[in-house]
Design a binder for this molecule. Structure first.
Ligand code: NAP
Length: 283
């Protein structure tokens, strides 16, 4: 790294197989910005000290992934409204000696769906499966994009209830137990936002959740997206989309926050898609 290079990192656990270093290296090559971007494995207990050590060594920006997105918000001096609304941060920018927290996940997902896949989200009855950091990041952006009634289902009720309370639109956004999803009728947009499939297991989901011509979206990508996309295909979803496009779009949004320059995402997406094991449609 040259002395003037920007020092960036991804914090999370696990991070060893993350595509983020590859994506940011491609953005850096494209924009001719000198940077380093390393993956730093940190759990909840070690995160604050790892982040402080990173800043002490010249780090000026970072991404944060599971399970650290709520913890990152607590370490910030200032928060963008996108991050403050739900208390989850995926992007840290060093400003005036303190961390500024933002969340680019929701913008990344909506940009992938509406621009890359040319989908109109307005009015769609929407189901979000999962209530962790990723769900908290994308639900406000889906609402802002104009989806209709939205249900959040989760294995444990507390996180889904907390998410719905934080959104504060009781007539439009509701929480339920995942096990009670069969009673919710059908949805034209179903978003899978759990980490269950990282272990290969998709929670049981009735096919009746999928309306005719539904769009099914998995925030996971690669091997972890295969069980949900296979379920969506078996249920005749019109579109079955994995999280690779979202990953690239949220990274571009973070890159812009750190460096003030927006990289082109299509070439990087195409490069990664060529190597991604997936059942996603390329519509
Ligand atoms: P998280 O904060 O750890 O939350 C995990 C969620 O998965 C919780 O809702 C949890 O339910 C649920 N879950 C875990 N194991 C489960 C199981 N066996 N059965 C049912 N539910 C289960 O993680 P996250 O940050 O939200 O990330 C979720 C997934 O989205 C990850 O796999 C991540 O890679 C992916 N993601 C992708 C992108 C992208 O750019 N494409 C961005 C962000 C995240 P409980 O609350 O009941 O534990």
């Amino acid at each position: 790294m040259t002395p003037t290079a920007h020092r960036l990192a991804l914090f999370g656990h696990p991070v060893a197989h993350s595509l983020s270093p590859t994506i940011h290296a491609a953005f850096a090559a494209q924009t001719a910005v000198a940077l380093s971007y390393e993956a730093i494995d940190a759990d909840i207990d070690g995160f604050a000290s790892a982040l402080a050590a990173f800043a002490g060594a010249g780090g000026t920006g970072a991404n944060v992934t599971l399970p650290l997105k709520h913890a990152a918000a607590a370490l910030c001096a200032t928060l963008d409204p996108r991050a403050r609304r739900m208390g989850v941060v995926n992007t840290l920018v060093l400003r005036d000696g303190g961390w500024h927290g933002d969340n680019t996940d929701g913008t990344g997902l909506v940009r992938d769906l509406t621009e890359r896949h040319a989908l109109d989200l307005r009015g769609r009855r929407t189901l979000v499966i999962g209530a962790g950091g990723a769900a908290a990041g994308v639900v406000p952006a889906l609402l802002d994009a104009g989806v209709g009634e939205l249900y959040i289902v989760n294995r444990s009720s507390e996180r889904a209830d907390a998410l719905v309370d934080a959104i504060g639109e009781p007539g439009r956004v509701h929480s339920r137990y995942l096990a009670d999803a069969h009673a919710l009728g059908e949805f034209s947009l179903v978003v899978h936002a759990t980490s269950a499939t990282r272990g290969g297991m998709l929670p049981p989901l009735p096919m009746s959740l999928l309306a005719s011509r539904a769009t099914a979206v998995d925030l996971n990508y690669g091997e972890a997206a295969i069980p949900f996309l296979a379920w969506a295909r078996a249920g005749n979803a019109l579109h079955a989309i994995d999280g690779l496009g979202m990953l690239v779009e949220q990274a571009a949004e973070s890159f812009t926050l750190w460096l003030g320059e927006r990289p082109q995402t299509d070439p990087v997406y195409a490069q990664l898609r060529a190597h991604a094991p997936t059942l996603a449609t390329a519509d």
